[in-house]
Design a protein around this ligand. Structure first.
Ligand code: DC
Length: 224
């Protein structure tokens, strides 16, 4: 039997990736965190394509895209992101990357560059992909689509705790502003904006913990 293709979209820090990871383990399917791909390109741009003011020079980035090879390698069940053979899994979580990633993800050239590889990974089935445009653009024919949301204060708390646990210094108010700004840019951009697919199941997990959210998603998967 073909394993399912599952799309999980939603706002930043609703737990999409960590929840998808557990569901993938339970179902024996692959998990692809597509946000990490946009973060990888942003990290590359900050290293290689900035002007004197540290702003990203997009025309330089676009011409450098063919030189970027992003791969996930399996390290004891954990998928680690490599860019041109360098492990960048920690680098992509820094505040500098978070502050720039929505601007990078807004660019048509960047989205086109990542679209085909995301789609081809889903061709054989057996994948859960999380992002912003998975149910609407990347995998419109996914077997299941979920859209996660939660209050801004709860999402700020989660992101702040996550940063501290990664040993990254953070200011709670700044974390909140970054989330608000990212949600705005992601939702208002012209190409593939963050939007709930018409056929997505919406889950507001403001008052649900990780396990409860996972159980709710699994209850829909088990119905069929
Ligand atoms: O899920 P995340 O916070 O790691 O995502 C980082 C950024 O990448 C986010 O601001 C929006 C963008 N993104 C996107 O535009 N499309 C996706 N499929 C995934 C992420």
């Amino acid at each position: 039997m073909k394993k399912p293709v599952i799309a999980i979209d939603g706002y930043s820090s609703t737990g999409k990736s960590s929840i998808s990871k557990v569901i993938a383990q339970k179902l024996g399917i692959i998990h692809l965190d597509t946000g990490a791909l946009y973060r990888g390109i942003t990290w590359f741009a900050l290293q290689n394509c900035t002007g004197e003011d540290r702003a990203i020079d997009f025309s330089r980035l676009f011409s450098a895209l063919p030189q970027i090879r992003l791969e996930f390698k399996n390290d004891d069940g954990e998928l680690i992101l490599y860019l041109n053979d360098q492990n960048i899994s920690k680098e992509i979580r820094t505040n500098e990357v978070s502050d720039h990633v929505s601007l990078v993800a807004k660019q048509k050239e960047v989205r086109d560059f990542l679209l085909q590889s995301q789609r081809s990974l889903a061709e054989k089935g057996g994948i859960i992909m999380d992002g912003r445009d998975i149910g609407t653009v990347v995998l419109p024919n996914a077997d299941y689509k979920f859209f996660l949301t939660a209050s801004i204060d709860e999402r700020t708390r989660r992101r702040y705790t996550e940063l501290l646990s990664l040993g990254i210094e953070a200011d709670e108010q700044q974390v909140k502003e970054n989330l608000i700004q990212r949600d705005r840019i992601d939702s208002e951009r012209e190409i593939s904006p963050l939007r709930q697919a018409d056929d997505a199941i919406v889950i507001d997990n403001t008052f649900l913990n990780k396990k409860e959210t996972i159980d709710e998603i699994l209850s829909y998967l088990n119905k069929n």
